[in-house]
Ligand binder design. Sequence first.
Ligand code: FMN
Length: 435
Amino acid sequence: MRLGAFLYPTGYHVAAWRHPDVPAGAGVDIAHYTELARTAERGRLDFVFLPDSSAMRGDDTAELSRTAIRYVAQFEPLTLLGALAAVTERIGLTATVSATYNEPYHSARMLASLDHISRGRAGWNLVTSQNPYEAYNFGLREHPEHDARYTRAQEFAKVVKGLWDTWSDDAWVRDKGAGLFFDPDGVRPLDHRGEHFSVRGPLNMPRSPQGHPVTLQAGSSDVGRDLAAATADVVFTAQHSREQALTFTQDVRARAKKLGRDPESVQVLAGVFPFVGRTRAEAEERVERLQDLIDPLVGIGLLSSELGHVDLSDCDLDGPLPEIPVSNSGRSRRDLLVRMAAEENLTVRQLYRRVAGSRGHRQVVGTPESVADDLADWFTSGAVDGFIVMPPYLPGGLDDFVDLVVPELRRRGLFRSEYTGTTLRDHLGLARPGR
Ligand SMILES: Cc1cc2nc3c(=O)[nH]c(=O)nc-3n(C[C@H](O)[C@H](O)[C@H](O)COP(=O)(O)O)c2cc1C
């Protein structure tokens, strides 16, 4: 089973920063992140993952001032991963990189640097940017259109990977006697000319330990799945039933096969938002404790953004969800929530309580045994290859997962006790692309 730890600074739950055991200044505290990365490594997890956005998610400062999870205060993630590489040895180090608001040369160079610094533990989550507020920081009046962002992302990935391939593995002879630093036959330019990018290359950086840092992807729409099928080693997804997860996995793999890839080389990790307690009652108490800390202003703001930034300010909180138009932001999340509200007859308030906590991901509540049983069931049925674990609050939620759930998974023979390799590709069982 593959396991990654999803690290929002104070935890995934929207009210986590108000929890008495959570350091409220976590987002800019290197000691906090060091502790989290070391905990994940102690659990022998595959990787830590840092989500990202280059803007606060929203412009209502009254609402934003009451939450810590909407990118209001956290480190730039690749910079942070460089620091974490120095205080860990084996854990994979991954973060979001936006194809919409970066240049591929910069990204290829930063990721190859991180791969060298960490000795082969780097990975990137290639996103098209969910947060429309990023546009205003990059000279645009709005996000480029949804599918156009994915077209750019396809080309972005091609250029990044092409740049990583501009040097052969053995180009760097560094022969002092002969006075030859690198073998000129080991380098080639990229000479890419496309719709969005014109990049000559080569990269001014030796080929990195993994050849290609690991590519993660999280799009779920039709074009999102096409991007995953074309580019990803690991796909993140939000799924609520084992059957839907299996359908998703089969679909992404079929798309990869059509493109000539080995379908089994694409690994699917479903989001899971776990509350663990010594008893079920204790786990439920932990949920309620956080739910009661949700500010209504924040709850409604979050629901609105998950639905594609629709205006919900006039709606009746205790009535049904009004008609929600399709927007230019992420689509799969909107569809999931609209379906959930209809199927379970939820009021707007009930939906925001549901959403504000888990934000569309699957909440699992129980004892270490029952949480492990649940994960084992999804895994052994072939629905997913593993999970991207979103601890509700930090550092306690990650400690609980590593100290209570991981040993249960080991007892079932489903998770490693020791790392067998040194790179993130080794952990994930992925071949290293050579050149
Ligand atoms: C586990 C997970 C992590 C994600 N992390 C980010 C992120 O850090 N930044 C971002 O802009 N979008 C992130 N997303 C959102 C996706 O990139 C994508 O926008 C979303 O799934 C909607 O995709 P779609 O428009 O193809 O349906 C994440 C999604 C998932 C499931």
